[in-house]
Write a protein that binds this ligand. Structure first.
Ligand SMILES: Nc1ncnc2c1ncn2[C@@H]1O[C@H](COP(=O)(O)OP(=O)(O)OP(=O)(O)O)[C@@H](O)[C@H]1O
Ligand SMILES: [Mg+2]
Length: 499
């Protein structure tokens, strides 16, 4: 039996097995160049008919059908009493009889109700729980491609991890358990196939604080969902380890003496930081909590930058800042609501008909309605996740280029936005300040100062981020390491200690 490390990330996930000497990355997505990681988004879809509508919907429709039949009965009764001849009375009497039979034939009414509901039901009408219970799953690039090609056939959950600490309404808790169980099972089975041994245990990475506004309650909920999902996915033993501590275990193996290290992991959803005493002698110990001098984290990841880039640099080309006839600006909330891909209720509100009407009204009150048509297109075609993804690509490209042209042809033919590093940096200012405040908090809580700095997570590939941190900590030598694999390799090291 083998134990694996699972880095279940907001943007990407990875699975690693450590055999005591070497790390073995499990290939998760053949369509990616770096096949050992996989997009964490999931597309749940239908190829055939949609599932039966939810029971309350059917009941409401049945009640509506019954009311219509009762009305017909009342009319037939009026006809009966007004009829002059027995033959005419007989016709009404027969009709009343037939309608009464119809009224009390519940199975037939339910069938008709389902038929009618299915006629105008779309995937968007299904609850997450129904989707998870009845839909087909596509992971990674395959799922994202399916979403781009046939968005109307399913629903894309852009970053399931973002919702684990959130306020979930009835049914959503179980829906996320089911959804994540499918992903973890896919990881476990892939690992078993590639390692050639059965896998029943895992050390799963966790952010210090999950994305959400509910503090400890949200963290407990997230761990509960992940634990249940892992058990459903066939893992008998599951442990969780804070992501920056996992990254520290990985770099510990490269040290030759005891060193206090500040680890900063800036991922897609959260920034997690720890100050930890590392030493080659201790690396075999199972429990290292006494070596962690301080650890902190918050929901402040790369996705926040993607949204900020949209709000600061792309939204002005979509009507943000336009003045209406009354001199007031177009409501800025339109653009932040458009980006709320990690807030299901808010995004659903943005996609609603009322919202469409409001934008349409606003459009009639500005001089350049064409710009707002782009916003309306995102609203109507539910393109928020796609737009945030485009912004992510732009941000990543601006790590190596000074300026780029971002094509947004799926919103409007020939629609392109020019973006440069200075703009990106400007859009990241508040975010950077908050990251730096978190570093300060971690340093203040640590009993000893760090001697070295290690920056990891995808956002460490942004020169804007690394420069800011190096300027802040000029006396700390920077350890070289990997942006994506360190957390997972550390989780693999911890997993190996379980067996
Ligand atoms: N070359 C790059 N330049 C800038 N940012 C990048 C680059 N490559 C990836 N990123 C960003 O890094 C983030 C993803 O990092 P990572 O894979 O470490 O996150 P994660 O582990 O999925 O998330 P988390 O740990 O927060 O749950 C994304 O926001 C992505 O846009
Ligand atoms: Mg991560």
């Amino acid at each position: 039996m083998a134990a694996i490390g699972i880095d279940y990330g907001t943007s990407n996930s990875e699975v690693v097995y450590f055999d005591g000497q070497q790390h073995h990355f499990v290939k998760l997505d053949p369509s990616l160049e770096a096949a050992n990681k996989i997009r964490s988004s999931v597309f749940i879809y239908y190829t055939g008919e949609l599932p039966r509508p939810p029971i309350p919907m059917i009941e409401a429709k049945v009640a509506q059908l019954k009311r219509a039949i009762s009305d017909k009965i009342d009319k037939a009764k009026d006809g009966y009493y007004e009829a002059q001849e027995p033959r005419e009375q007989q016709i009404f009497s027969d009709r009343i009889g037939n309608l009464r039979t119809e009224l009390h034939n519940l199975p037939a009414l339910q069938e008709r109700a389902i038929e009618l509901l299915l006629e105008d039901m779309t995937v968007q009408d299904l609850s997450l729980q129904q989707l998870v219970e009845t839909g087909e799953f596509a992971f990674g690039e395959e799922g994202f491609r399916r979403y781009l090609k046939t968005p109307e056939k399913g629903r894309l959950i852009y970053s399931p991890k973002n919702f684990l600490g959130a306020n979930l309404v009835a049914g959503q808790h179980q829906a996320f358990v089911g959804l994540i169980a499918k992903q973890l099972e896919f990881f476990r089975v892939s690992a078993e196939q590639q390692l050639g041994k059965s896998v029943d245990s895992a050390v799963i990475g966790r952010p210090v604080r999950f994305h959400g506004t509910r503090g400890q309650e949200g963290n407990n909920q997230a761990i509960d969902i992940m634990t249940q999902a892992a058990n459903l996915a066939g893992f008998n033993k599951v442990e969780f380890l804070e992501e920056p501590i996992a990254a520290a275990y990985k770099i510990e193996r490269t040290l030759d003496k005891q060193t206090n290290v500040l680890v900063v992991d800036i991922g897609g959803g959260t920034t997690d930081i720890c100050c930890i005493k590392l030493s080659p002698e201790k690396s075999q110990n199972l429990d290292r909590q006494q070596d962690v001098m301080s650890v902190t984290g918050t929901r402040l990841g790369g996705m926040e930058c993607d949204k900020n880039l949209i709000i600061k640099s792309i939204s002005p080309t979509m009507g943000q800042g336009l003045l209406m006839h009354n001199g007031l600006p177009v409501p800025p909330a339109y653009f932040s609501d458009m980006c709320a891909v990690d807030d299901i209720p808010r995004l659903n509100r943005f996609f609603s008909e009322e919202y469409w009407l409001e934008i349409a009204n606003t459009k009639s009150l500005v001089k350049e309605p064409a710009l707002l048509s782009r916003l309306q297109e995102v609203q109507e075609e539910k393109l928020s996740a796609r737009l945030v993804n485009s912004s992510r690509l732009a941000k990543e490209l601006l790590s190596t280029k000074d300026e780029i042209t971002l094509p947004l042809h799926y919103i409007e033919d020939d629609y392109e936005v020019n973006l440069n590093v200075a703009e990106l940096k400007r859009s990241m200012q508040t975010w950077l300040t908050r990251v730096k405040n978190l570093v300060t908090e971690c340093l203040q809580n640590s009993s000893e100062p760090p001697e070295m700095l290690f920056i990891t997570g995808g956002m460490s590939l942004s020169p804007i981020v690394t420069k800011e941190l190096l300027d802040m900590l000029p006396n700390l030598p920077l350890m070289q390491g990997d942006a994506f694999n360190s957390v997972c390799e550390g989780l693999g090291i911890q997993a190996a200690k379980l067996t």
